[in-house]
Design a protein around this ligand. Sequence first.
Ligand code: PGA
Length: 252
Amino acid sequence: MRTPLIAGNWKMHLVRGPAASLAREVVSLVRDVAGVDVALCPPATALDAVGRVLAGTRVLLGAQTMHWEAKGAYTGEISAPMLVDLGCRVVILGHSERRVLFGETDEQVARKTAAALVHGLTPIVCVGEVLAERDRGEAAAVIGRQLGVVLDAIPRDAVARLVIAYEPVWAIGTGRTPTGPEANQVAGLIRERLAAAGGSDAAGAVRVLYGGSVKPDNISEFLDRPEIDGALVGGASLDAAAFAAIVRAAAP
Ligand code: PGA
């Protein structure tokens, strides 16, 4: 009942020309794959160029972060209306690289999420534990806290418009992953929290993605699970053939 979503996070890679070329390749490779939502999230400097390639195609344009205010004295920041102006439909928020490397807090992620919803962007809110938290048995508590702050900041009737990405931080870019059942269990916990905040219909509508070292040869391990509705893909999204293979694996 939930349409799977495969989102590519290009991180800080590619200037405009190569970014537009990669987008063109992805568009042509996924053109005939039905029943999957696809998004590409290039760096901010390539949003315009990639957006021109994606305009009129089924592939959605996404950003990797944004500020919570619509405008103001926030040097270096980019707001939701600016992303909307470029044609963005989705925005990744609270990625662990933002949290760990740039000190983004749960409260900031929550404000960003509320702002994205106000401006009509679909937020892909990332949650996940670092290795030490996992080793201490704190993964569920950490994810519950990260999600709880977001859910407290948005109206109950907006819960259904969220996308949540479960990304164990120790799995990002490392080649290590949890097992499908482990990821599915966390996705189930996430959906329980969503249901408590927005009701079971809303929770049932939210796509919960898995992210962290997703590749064509391990994607089925995650997509075969009832609580997992797609993937947030980093490294493999920079390879059009690999990304398209992941999209095809998500097709019903
Ligand atoms: P990875 O990154 O697929 O390269 O592990 C995932 C992410 O950071 O979203």
